[in-house]
Design a protein around this ligand. Structure first.
Ligand code: GLU
Length: 318
């Protein structure tokens, strides 16, 4: 709870308490990778006596549905993931708007009319996969972002971010070159991941971010946005991903199995044991409550490389 009468950011600061979060996108049912990420963020929070924020990210109009909102929440409840604070990202619109208002003061916002195909033709591969936006529309600076019906980006040219992950990974970057100026608002008026995640983390006073390695390359953009606003920078830790084989490639463990299938064969404690074993916390899979998991949790024991898992219709293995 916030100290009476004070916003979360300030009360956490005064209470000098770490604030961690788990912030899944409501675009599908939980899969083993979601549950591993939730478990590691939760254990990290408990180990550090931190406040744990559960934020359901539900603003991407292309992937979020009411069905996935309620399904994912139920999945996390089944796995015993509960936040000390809970929020739906879609209810934080005023924080997203206010962040845009503050970014507008930097005179770095611009309207962008480039299609994906045009950006791809420029041919600069991005660290995150996809293509770097080459800055074509930077001269279309925006005074009033609210009345624009174009995509809105922010010019990050010249900003260099020096950043070390808590696992030791160097995430330093010049984001406008490595990733391209990020999109903040889509032409349909919806806010993007980068804008919303920074606004929401700041609103909740999050100062310790634990998440999957697929987001590591996004951190420098998020730090750049914070720096432009004079907001404090949290610590970051990016952990292993669970992968599955798709054809000749490996992808995040999304498609092979969903929670309804897992629930037929595992209790929450059994599944926690399998995931704790997979990531290196225990030598053999066994039933593991969160309480028991906390007593063995230590980042030194968590493997750093990604792990390919298999699902044979009954059992997970690696
Ligand atoms: N919502 C993002 C996802 O599910 C994670 C956001 C974050 O941790 O920054 O991939």
């Amino acid at each position: 709870m916030a100290l009476q009468g004070l916003p979360n950011t300030l009360s956490n600061h005064l209470a000098n308490r770490a604030v961690c979060r788990f912030a899944p996108t409501c675009s599908g049912s939980a899969h083993p990778g979601t549950l591993l990420a939730a478990m590691l963020a939760y254990l990290d929070a408990k180990k550090n006596d931190a406040r744990f924020v559960l934020r359901m990210e539900d603003i991407d109009p292309s992937s979020v549905t009411d069905h996935w909102r309620s399904t994912l929440l139920k999945d996390l409840e089944w796995f015993d993931i509960k936040g000390d604070c809970f929020s739906w990202q879609s209810e934080n619109t005023s924080a997203h708007e206010s962040m845009m208002d503050q970014l507008a003061l930097t005179q770095r916002l611009y309207a962008c009319n480039c299609s994906r195909a045009k950006i791809a033709r420029a041919g600069q591969a991005s660290l995150a996969g996809g293509w770097v936006y080459p800055g074509t529309c930077r001269s279309l600076t925006l005074q009033d972002w609210r009345s624009s019906n174009a995509n809105i980006r922010i010019n990050l040219e010249g900003i260099k971010i020096s950043l070390k992950d808590q696992s030791g990974a160097d995430l330093s970057q010049e984001p406008s070159i490595a990733m391209g100026d990020p999109l903040l608002v889509r032409k349909d008026g919806s806010f993007t991941y980068h804008l919303a995640v920074v606004a929401d983390d700041h609103l909740a006073g999050v100062n310790r971010i634990v998440r999957g390695r697929d987001l590591a390359s996004s951190s420098a953009i998020q730090v750049a946005l914070r720096q432009l606003l004079g907001w404090p920078v949290p610590s970051y830790r990016h952990h292993l991903l669970l992968l599955e084989e798709r054809g000749q490639k490996f992808a995040k463990f999304h498609g092979a199995v969903c929670l309804t299938d897992l629930q037929k064969h595992y209790s929450p404690d059994q599944l926690r044991g399998v995931l704790a074993h997979a990531c290196g916390l225990i030598g053999q899979a066994r039933e593991l409550s969160f309480h028991a998991a906390l007593s063995v949790f230590d980042w030194q024991s968590v493997r750093s490389d990604d792990l390919v898992m298999h699902w044979d219709g009954k059992r997970l293995s690696f």
